[in-house]
Structure formats: C-alpha cells, structure tokens
Design a protein around this ligand. Sequence first.
Ligand code: HGY
Ligand code: MN
Ligand code: MN
Ligand code: MN
Length: 412
Amino acid sequence: MPPRSDFEEMWRDLAPVGRSAASGGYFRQPWASAESELRAWFVSECESRGLTVETDGIGNQVAWWEPACPLVEEGAQRPPRAHGVLTGSHLDSVPDGGAYDGPLGVVSALAAIDLLRERGFEPIRPLGVSVFVEEEGSRFGRACLGSRLVTGATTWDQARELRDRDGVFLGDAVDEAGLDPTQGLLSLDRVGTFVELHVEQGRDLVDRDVAVGLASEIWPHGRWRFDFAGQANHAGTTRMEDRHDPMLTYAMTALAANKQARLAGQRATFGRIAVEPNGTNAVPSLVTAWLDARGPSDDALAEMVGVIAKQADERAGRDGTSLVVTPESVSRSVAFDADLAARLAGLGDWPVIPTQAGHDAGILSDAGIPTAMVFVRNPTGVSHSPDEHAETADCLAGVEALADVLAELARP
Ligand code: HGY
Ligand code: MN
Ligand code: MN
Ligand code: MN
C-alpha cells in the first residue's frame, strides 16, 4: 500500500465538505445532508488505506488497521480482548465554528497511520480511527452525544426524545439521515486505550512556545437551561413599572453570571437564546437561555452555578417574573490517567496541561478506558470561531507526535 496523500491534501479535501452552504463558516450539523458527505469523506479516506469502516446505528464510525501478526500473550489462545488502540475525534462543529476543532483529530489520525506505514511500522495490536457524532451538542443540546450513547452514559431511550430548535426529534433526524439505531452502536470492547488529538482551545502552548502538549484533565462543565417567564405586553403602552419582563430578568442574570465567574476565576456564558414572542414592539412572555459554566473543581462549579441561580431567582422576584433552572449534560471533572500522560509526554518532553473544553476523550475516560489527549498549538487560542487556526507546521508536528504515541501504545 503506497503511503497515502499527505496531511495538507486531506485537509484541502475536507475543507469544502465541512463548509456550510448557508453561512460559509464551518457548521457541520449532525444528521443533516452536509454531515452525510463528511461520513462519505471519512469512508473514502479509510478505504483508500485499506481500512474497512463500520458505521453504527446513529452515524458513529470506526475503521481498524488489523495487525498481520496479532499480539497473543504467553499461554493464551487469542489476543486479549481490550487490547486495541483507538484514536480519532469528531467532524461536527458549533454554528459558524472553526475548521480545526474536531476535524484536526480525524485527519491527523489518518495521517499518523500513513506515517507509521512509511516508517514500516507493523502493529501487533489493532489500531483504530474513530469519529463520534454530535460532540458539540449543537443540534440537540447534549454535548458528546455520540460517545455518551456508545459508552452507555446516555441511553437511546433518553436521547431519542431530544428535539432540535425546529422541534425535530433526534430519532426522526437519525431516520432521515438513513441510519437505523436498531442496528446498534459501536462496541468499545476491543479498545484498550483511546487517544484524541485536538487543536488547543486556549493559549497554554503558545505561551510556553511549544507545538505539542498532552492533557492532564478536563475541567468539570455543564449546561443549565434557564426559562424566564413573564407577561407578554405592548412595548409602547405598558408603563415600565407595570411590566413583568423576562428579558430584563435574563439580562440581569447574564450580568450576575459574568460577575460571579470573574470573582471565582471560572467561566460562565449564556447562549442559544430563544425569545417568545420575538417582536420589536412586544414585551416577551418567555426567554430561554442556556448557561454554559465551567470551573476547576466539581464543588467550585456547583457553588458558582448555585449563586447564579439564586441571584436569578431573587431578580425574578423583583421583576414579577418566574424562573425554572434545569441542569443538562453536566460533566464532572476528568483526570486523565496520570501515569499514561507522563509516559507519553516523555516521548517528546511535552507539557501536560489542563483544558476547559469537553471532549469525547472525557466520556471514554469516564467509561474506564485509559485515555490521553494530544494538543496542537493554536497561535491565538481562539476556538469555536472561523478565526480558529493552527499552523501547518504545528499540525504536522502533531501528526508526528500522534504517530509516536500510537507506536508506543501499540507495542507489546
Ligand atoms: O464545548 C466544548 O467544551 C467542546 O468544544 N465540545
Ligand atoms: Mn483526496
Ligand atoms: Mn468544540
Ligand atoms: Mn472538539
């Protein structure tokens, strides 16, 4: 098998597929037409390497490079079950997101396999490349939905009732994408270790002036739905003192959240805001907003969100509005396997740094699979934006590092 095309050619092939027709930015919406093109892109890249792709009932994908002479331990009849090494990331994005968050991990995994083959590497453990769907939770609001379903952290019965902003049920969206959930989900039985390469979403590596790093932990983070209800009314004839305006309660809550996050050295962001009725000359009756909050420990995060919700409730009391807060997809802190991180960091003397971004790697780690993350320098640290970027030289350094990590994990 001749070495496949290089990283840059794959990157050029992928970009137009991921670019959304509407916004021109990167919005790869799970279970929409563009995403089936992404699934087809992944299949073609794998098959051109002689790797057979398995696509599960909701669109998660995995392709394995099977060893010619598999590792069979002393006295055993067959290789141990969980002895495969899996690497990969996601191809979906936030609305108008960046090109690197997700796709860099998938393209680098394929390029790392090319590189290992060029080096004449022969795996004695299966080496897999994976793509999990709906990692961003941009469509159905549940982050890492694909990997949560595969590990059982979320069940299909819980997930199928999720609805997107157009009211489409997840079950229907999956059907419309031509997928069949009854055929089951990817099995991780053979996965001994998982490694996700990702563009850094922050400035730690650029501040250290290094191209590659490993992850020590993922901050706890989550999403809380805030429903502010008031009284719809006329924007002109209703005196200010007679209003019960949920937009005011929301605005004061957003202010309070920003203040609390600054005071606590944490993160708090309101997004995905829906206003009903969303007119210019009507006081709305309902404002729904999702709080994305993140902190250095589970307790600190819970305490900050508690203060924000309490202050929001007090504000609602003053505004004559009401508030319901619903926690959604809260992820506890993830501490990656420290010995594994130290062993892999030693391969290139790479720093081991925390991240405040959630990843499928966190979900697999929570499921008990030894997991590591390789970060590639982001010169500005900007992410979840078309300005997200990584220099090609750093991306290629990431591919080299990932190849070294996979070789280290795949040896006896
Ligand atoms: O939102 C996150 O933390 C990640 O980028 N999915
Ligand atoms: Mn090509
Ligand atoms: Mn992201
Ligand atoms: Mn990501």
